[in-house]
Design a protein around this ligand. Structure first.
Ligand SMILES: Cc1cc2nc3c(=O)[nH]c(=O)nc-3n(C[C@H](O)[C@H](O)[C@H](O)COP(=O)(O)OP(=O)(O)OC[C@H]3O[C@@H](n4cnc5c(N)ncnc54)[C@H](O)[C@@H]3O)c2cc1C
Length: 267
């Protein structure tokens, strides 16, 4: 199959190219493999390098990542130290140098570790459909992800978490990095020692990152003592629908996720 590269010069023109069957290639760590297997495009690839989507902005308490920002760039940014463990858990150095925020939002399970973290952080996704830019809460974005594959993700924004309130763990079969057995990202804001407004996101426990609502409810208004941690751990797989894959069975994922949550909450 012959492949044509189309370097997009304007954001608003990208969705029209997608509608004709062209495929966005950001870092290409997934898209190029798809292409090699003859999937995903009519032969035209859209390159986003010239659209200025590669910037990180931190203004006050708000961070905004252009869709082309890579894991390696975030891992070098001292303002974003809380996300460094997330970035450094994604692939090896060569993958991280290419892998983008935009691509991670579309990565199929068990990938999508950054997407799970952005879900815990209650991020907002800006999409361009060719006519205008629209903002979607990340949960709405995931619900509509299939449909939104024909749109351009422009950027991702979120409020920086209070110091120490963001926690992350990723269980893997092979150290130091591998695809996820289960990924947990948790935002645990506290008031007077009690958890208020917890958000727990799971990766590799569904077709995309999901919230663990029942476990969050078990934490609400409580201090992180051993009884509360046990109650949350007992609920953690309730909202999940993991799959079998080369890294773990669905059964195994359900067995280990309470253990990893308990460790993360007790840390
Ligand atoms: C060896 C290896 C190890 C990996 N390990 C991990 C891991 O540990 N954790 C993990 O989460 N992922 C992992 N991945 C998957 C992948 O590298 C990441 O998910 C990465 O963030 C995908 O980004 P990308 O820029 O390479 O996406 P691409 O491959 O360029 O694109 C992926 C999909 O997203 C679409 N897309 C990309 N950008 C946009 C945009 N701005 N708007 C609309 N659609 C867009 C593309 O059209 C394509 O369908 C791994 C991949 C490899 C090859």
């Amino acid at each position: 199959m012959s492949v044509m590269l189309e370097a997009a010069r304007q954001i608003r023109l990208v969705p029209a190219l997608q509608a004709k069957g062209a495929m966005i290639v950001a870092g290409g760590t997934l898209a190029v493999a798809e292409l090699n297997y003859g999937q995903g495009a009519d032969g035209t690839l859209i390159i986003l390098d010239r659209l200025g989507l590669d910037r990180i902005a931190v203004v006050g308490k708000k961070a905004t990542f252009g869709a082309m920002v890579t894991m390696a760039e975030i891992a070098r940014d001292r303002r974003l130290k809380f996300l460094h463990p997330v970035c450094n858990s994604i692939g090896g150095p060569a993958v991280r140098a290419m892998a983008t925020i935009g691509g991670n939002l579309f990565a199929p399970a068990p990938y999508g570790d950054m997407a799970a973290s952005l879900l815990a952080l209650d991020a907002e996704i800006t999409i361009h459909d060719g006519k205008s830019a629209k903002k979607y809460p990340i949960e709405v974005f995931f619900r509509q992800r299939k449909k939104l594959e024909r749109c351009l993700v422009v950027s991702v924004s979120f409020t920086l978490p209070a110091s120490g309130s963001f926690r992350y763990s990723k269980a893997v079969r092979r150290k130091p990095v591998s695809a996820s057995v289960v990924t947990i990202a948790a935002l645990l804001p506290r008031r007077g020692g009690k958890v208020v407004g917890a958000r727990i996101a799971l990766g590799a426990m569904g077709s995309h990152a999901i919230r663990a609502y029942k476990a969050e409810a078990a934490l609400e208004g409580r201090s992180l003592d051993s009884a509360t941690i046990a109650a949350a751990a007992a609920q953690i797989a309730e909202d999940a629908s993991p799959a079998d894959d080369a890294y773990a069975s669905a059964w195994y994922r359900r067995q280990v996720v309470p253990i990893h949550l308990a460790r993360l909450l007790a840390a």
